[in-house]
Ligand binder design. Structure first.
Ligand SMILES: [Zn+2]
Length: 481
């Protein structure tokens, strides 16, 4: 009798792993989506409004400097400042190897060299299982060992124990810059590499695929990249009807996503975090540095919108500084690397150039290597970014919904390096060292109701107490009756 009951108990312990479920996480990166696009008076966005009501919205997200895509993509996905993760710009020159990283898709940009100084979330997830799951399984093994020893049936459960498999997280990323790169020897489960500008129609397709991966339990983490807000901003400008229509088109996708989360039974399982890398502002002026910076003075010069990065020839650094200062362009600043402001967290990296020329708000700098403003079929570039990250127009956005997040909450502004720790918490994986501070984000989360995994620990303890009680009762019963 005693043996039968204890064996039933043992069987239930062996098979109770099914209720451990860390939350699944959907990330949508919307390039160049400025913080205040939600509030354009003549743009109605009911899909986003529903997300605000059912989730959190930070007043705004503070980007890192320079307010360009790659430094900010990687700060969001590593929780590190640019000087710590190494992607200090959209345009980089690595002096030791002579390699260049150029925005767009030059093959060298996908070399691990640019990516491996930090470990992004998608790689960390692939390397780890849920921490609660590991704890649970270890606890279960301890209980099993203790009980099987007591009952002298160790040989009978050995087979089951060896099949207690801990599965790492599985990440699927679509159109995400760099998801194909092998980082620290690890690759993502699935990557659809970025090949072209992605529009709301593309997002609708990848979103549908991502939700199905959650529904059939194939994926734990899905990342989607939407480029259209940045593309419309650059091409048509911030106040253009094209950009506004682009926002309405995104909102249609959001409405469909919210209704699909419900109809597919995913609302209590999937957390959605949406964020942008930087804001946008319309170009105000063009500054011509072509005759100011002598091409004989530098080894490498990489220019983009408002920033010119210069690697001077030996002994030419001060000459270049003086030439630019003498030209006395209003709003244009030249910085030696060591003079870059601390708050930009940029100067302490070997790939930050010895000299940076930085145009003030929305000044487009042209040089001998970039002799005119970028041209689209519709005309020259209108919207720009890359300015100081304290500029209000460079602010980005962060919104989220799902079981881990509070409802209808407007949160204070946060730096984008704070998002990473939230992602790790939701996925229940151990974060890599990062620059975030938990107290800056914990108010957005509703951990009591979201962390189903917490219950698992309580359940282990409960089963142990029950087992001990039952064993004692049976012993007493046997002694006295
Ligand atoms: Zn851009």
């Amino acid at each position: 009798m005693e043996l039968v009951i204890l064996r039933c108990l043992l069987f239930s312990i062996i098979n109770f792993h099914g209720f451990v479920q860390a939350s699944k996480l959907l990330l949508i990166l919307m390039d160049g989506f400025r913080w205040d696009y939600f509030d354009f008076p003549d743009v109605s966005l009911p899909g986003f409004q529903q997300i605000f009501q059912e989730g959190v919205r930070a007043q705004y997200l503070i980007s890192e400097f320079p307010t360009n895509s790659y430094p900010n993509f990687y700060s969001i996905m590593t929780g590190l400042y640019p000087e710590s993760h190494g992607q200090v710009s959209n345009y980089m020159y690595d002096v030791p190897t002579g390699k260049k990283f150029l925005l767009g898709s030059n093959d060298d940009a996908m070399l691990p060299l640019w990516w491996e100084e930090a470990e992004p979330l998608w790689i960390t997830a692939e390397k780890q299982a849920s921490q609660n799951m590991i704890f649970m399984i270890n606890e279960r093994k301890n209980i099993l060992t203790a009980i099987s020893k007591a009952l002298n049936i160790e040989h009978q459960i050995e087979h089951r124990r060896t099949h207690s498999k801990i599965e790492n997280k599985r990440a699927y990323f679509y159109d995400w810059l760099g998801c194909q790169v092998t980082i620290r020897g690890t690759n993502i489960t699935f990557c659809k590499p970025y090949t072209k500008v992605t529009y709301p129609g593309d997002l609708a397709i990848t979103l549908n695929e991502g939700l199905h991966l959650f529904a059939n339990n194939s994926a734990d983490l899905v990342g989607l990249y939407l480029e259209s807000p940045d593309a419309y901003g650059h091409r048509f400008g911030v106040v253009s009807e094209n950009l506004k229509q682009g926002l309405r088109d995104i909102d249609d996708v959001m409405q469909a996503m919210m209704s699909n989360l419900t109809s597919m039974g995913l609302k209590e399982k999937v957390n959605v975090m949406m964020f942008s890398d930087h804001g946008m502002a319309d170009r105000t002026s063009v500054v011509n540095l072509t005759t100011v910076i002598d091409p004989d003075d530098w080894i490498e010069l990489l220019a983009s919108m408002n920033i010119v990065r210069i690697w001077p020839k030996e002994d030419k650094l001060e000459k270049i500084v003086q030439d630019i200062q003498r030209a006395n362009f209003s709003g244009v600043q030249v910085y030696r690397k060591e003079d870059l402001p601390e708050r930009w967290h940029l100067k302490d990296h070997q790939r930050t150039p010895p000299l940076m020329v930085i145009g003030n708000k929305a000044q487009y700098l042209i040089t001998s290597t970039r002799p005119k403003v970028h041209e689209y079929p519709t005309g020259p570039m209108v919207g720009m970014h890359g300015f100081d990250n304290t500029d209000t127009d460079m602010r980005a956005m962060f919104i989220a919904t799902g079981p881990a997040f509070k409802k209808n909450k407007v949160a204070h502004p946060i730096y984008n390096i704070e998002l990473y720790q939230m992602m790790c918490k939701i996925l229940d994986i151990t974060a890599q060292p990062h620059n975030g501070t938990w107290s800056n984000v914990k108010d957005m989360l509703d951990l009591d109701t979201s962390m189903a995994t917490k219950r698992s620990t309580h359940d282990v303890i409960l089963v142990m107490i029950l087992g001990v009680t039952l064993h004692s009762m049976l012993t007493i019963f046997r002694i006295y009756f």
